[in-house]
Design a protein around this ligand. Sequence first.
Ligand SMILES: Nc1ncnc2c1ncn2[C@@H]1O[C@H](COP(=O)(O)OP(=O)(O)OP(=O)(O)O)[C@@H](O)[C@H]1O
Length: 294
Amino acid sequence: MNVIEINGLTKTYGTSRGINNISFNVEEGEIFGFIGPNGAGKSTTIRTLLSLIQPTGGSAKIFGKDCVDYAPEIAKDVGYLPSEVFYYDNMKVMDLLKYSASFYKKDCSGRIKELAKKLDLDLTKKIDDLSLGNKKKVGIIQGLLHEPKLIILDEPTSGLDPLMQQTFFDLLKEENRKGATVLFSSHILSEVQRMCDRVAIIKEGEIVQVEKISTLKENNHKKFKIEVKNEVEAGYFDMPGVNNLEVHEHHISFLFRGDINEVMKKIAEIDISNLWIEEPDLEEIFMHYYEKEA
Ligand SMILES: Nc1ncnc2c1ncn2[C@@H]1O[C@H](COP(=O)(O)OP(=O)(O)OP(=O)(O)O)[C@@H](O)[C@H]1O
């Protein structure tokens, strides 16, 4: 079952582009990455899904219901962490969270304490006295306190130190194991690679690819590093499918896509002392993709 269905969604801001004809689905139980550089349209898509802004074209459904027509009903089961959080500084953290919980007609006090403990957040402090990272934690608890079926996170890790990012990821994975679906927007590829099952890549307001992380890695280049006993001429590995060829004395490296036997035959004809064949990380795939499409 699809928890999110986006169909030709378009949002223009006057004459300026927001998103153009976006379509993708997020299945129940997935951790789905939404990745692209700054200004690509991630926040616009998310804000349209949440009916914080109205689409100028197309439509989207959450839990099978139209996002515009059923916005209040959908909101009960969605947890949202915006990319930037703003609060009334004078409030105490606990009071703010109790206020947020009051929208959901269920007792969330135990859950608030449990999340605060996990994230190491002092509920008795005033918002004003919190660091940026601690304010972010308040936002995380706000997003999760009602145990939503769908968690939507817009650049969630900014402001969190690496240790806290790990705690946060563990928390998300736990929610996911309990059944929550997660839409995770980011421009940081390594965290999407670590967290997500599938990913939609957005560029200049349009989706350029929707793919499983594993397929994205498999179908792309392999990274070859070869140490040769005797120097080979620079063009030896210059063949179809080879990119980024670098030859430095006894060390050769390149990216390859195609029939791996062809490379292995070339390697078998020379005297090597070592060989590494590696999966490129998502960062390398992504850079290549963007260069290719540019
Ligand atoms: N309120 C607005 N008025 C006019 N243009 C806007 C507005 N909000 C966003 N845009 C434009 O829409 C495009 C997409 O922006 P959006 O914020 O959705 O991107 P993003 O991928 O979330 O990037 P970032 O990570 O920088 O927020 C950009 O070109 C941006 O300038």
